[in-house]
Design a protein around this ligand. Structure first.
Ligand code: ADP
Ligand code: MG
Ligand code: ZN
Length: 476
């Protein structure tokens, strides 16, 4: 029996507004515990929450970017559960009337495009944080995060593999970053994902019993947890067992999922409309005005880059992976108008250096102007491509520009034919055997002679000229 995976993701995204969703407290990360709190987010009795307009705007942006229908009328609900980081005893969320529904995002898998449906996007508040003392049996409560705005994006069960799940998540992160509504950082918890997964025999319409996986704080972990869960469920089904509907936790250290709670212990949240908050009404005028503020989104940018610069689909996708990267590319092309060469140097040489340090393009020590300067030095023959790689690395590690390095070290390429000829003649004289072989048609030996000339000139001779002059000297 062969099974196929059915996966749906619930993604929480922390919105980057200046203040919290229902009170004027700051959302800045890293402040001393409980310094960003007030009677409203501490859940004192008798206070009234007031909705932050910016939060709704940010959610509308995401709804538009993911092709959702925006509800003209949506309602906040109370979701009840007890936990020490939730002083009110309920979380304000949306339930049967969410802000947006029925959207989709597109992923590219094995050269095909696939749409993943979005069931809903709703607004809610974050809870606080517990800090457990390592030395004493006590825990502390920090309410700085309580009331920070979140959107929850629920996908349809359209995802069919752990790889597709990771691609979908990356796509969601790409969108929120382009929209500048969140930093989308998974490691720091501004983007969190719960994964629902079931198996079904290939060909079967109906879904199997699912488990819900929590506690995965990186793309890699989401993928690994799903891979583990597919193996676990497959083994059970093949053995004739049934899957139990439960919530499981990903254990990063042990690389397994473990039971957290079963169906019997599932919460009854006793949802009901929050009487303290008026319904959210969004008219077309508001939606239209938000639309005018939308940036160029990844797909549109990708198509434009292909059209405007003649980039391949693959290159355009890589370059538009993030907005800062696309901006970097376009700035560089203004100064060095050969898009193909620019994209190659960015994607191969610059990426290699950035990756070594786990850096993103927006903190690159090589500015677009630096890279363009380097490429212009190759173009005008001052340095060879090989020298350029070395100079790029030096420029990366220092505060100097490529030009400064070339000037300081006198590493400019030697193009002068008489200078190169002198060295060529020296080498020809010093290697009579190799010269004979070359003349006999063993052209591979020519490479050796070129190498000797390059060595003699400390790599600075123009390799193309060396080649030409050597052939001339040997009469081949
Ligand atoms: P809950 O509120 O209990 O989390 P939902 O119906 O909102 O349940 O579904 C949550 C997520 O689970 C959605 O992303 C949905 O696509 C996914 N899902 C629902 N049924 C299945 C299933 N049988 N297998 C895999 N995923 C599923
Ligand atoms: Mg769920
Ligand atoms: Zn507050």
């Amino acid at each position: 029996m062969e099974y196929e995976a059915v996966i749906g993701l619930e993604v929480h995204v922390q919105l980057q507004t200046e203040t919290k969703i229902f009170c004027p407290c700051s959302t800045t990360f890293g402040a001393s515990p409980n310094t960003h709190s007030c009677p409203i987010c501490m859940g004192m009795p008798g206070v009234l929450p007031v909705l932050n307009r910016k939060v709704v705007e940010f959610a509308i942006k995401m709804a538009l970017a993911t092709n959702c229908e925006i509800a003209p009328f949506s309602v906040f609900a109370r979701k009840h559960y007890f936990y020490p980081d939730l002083p009110k005893g309920y979380q304000i969320s949306q339930y049967d009337l969410p802000l947006a529904e029925r959207g989709w995002v597109e992923i590219a898998i094995n050269g095909h495009k696939k749409r993943i449906g979005i069931t809903r996007i709703h607004l809610e508040e974050d809870a606080g944080k517990l800090i457990h003392d390592e030395n004493r049996p006590v825990s502390y409560v920090d309410l700085n995060r309580a009331g920070v705005p979140l959107i929850e994006i629920v996908s349809e069960p359209d995802i069919r593999s752990p790889e597709e799940a990771a691609l979908y998540l990356k796509r969601v992160r790409q969108q929120v970053r382009y929209l500048e509504i969140s930093d989308g950082n998974m490691e720091e918890g501004s983007l969190r994902c719960d994964a629902n997964i079931s198996l079904r025999p290939i060909g079967q319409e109906g879904f199997g019993v699912r488990t819900e996986l929590k506690n995965m704080n990186s793309f890699r972990n989401v993928q690994k947890a799903l891979e583990f869960e597919i193996r676990r469920q497959t083994a059970l089904l093949l053995d004739g067992h049934e899957i139990e509907q439960e919530t499981r936790l990903w254990d990063t250290a042990k690389v397994i999922t473990v039971t957290m709670r079963g169906k019997e212990e599932a919460h009854d949240y006793r949802y009901f409309p929050d009487p303290d908050l008026v319904p959210v009404e969004i008219d077309n005028a508001w939606i239209d005005s938000v639309k005018t503020e939308l940036p160029e989104l990844p797909d549109v940018k990708c198509a434009r880059l292909k059209e405007q610069y003649g980039l391949s689909d693959y290159d355009a996708r890589v370059i538009t992976a993030s907005k800062p990267l696309a901006d970097y590319f376009e700035e560089c092309v203004v100064l060095f108008p050969n898009p193909k060469i620019v994209s190659n140097w960015v994607m191969v040489e610059l990426f290699r250096l950035l990756k070594q340090e786990d850096r993103e393009i927006d903190t690159s020590p090589i500015s677009p102007a630096d890279l363009a300067e380097l490429l212009n030095l190759i173009e005008d023959g001052t340095i060879s491509g090989k020298m350029a790689k070395d100079i790029l690395e030096q420029a990366y590690d220092s505060q100097k520009s490529p030009k400064e390095i070339v000037e300081e070290q006198g590493v400019a390429q030697v193009n002068d034919e008489s200078t190169i000829s002198t060295v060529v003649n020296q080498i020809v004289e010093a290697h009579p055997k190799e010269v004979e072989k070359c003349k006999d048609g063993k052209t591979r030996v020519l490479g050796f002679l070129v190498g000797q000339v390059m060595k003699e000139t400390k790599g600075q001779a123009n390799p193309q000229k060396v080649n030409e002059l050597l052939r001339k000297a040997l009469g081949i």
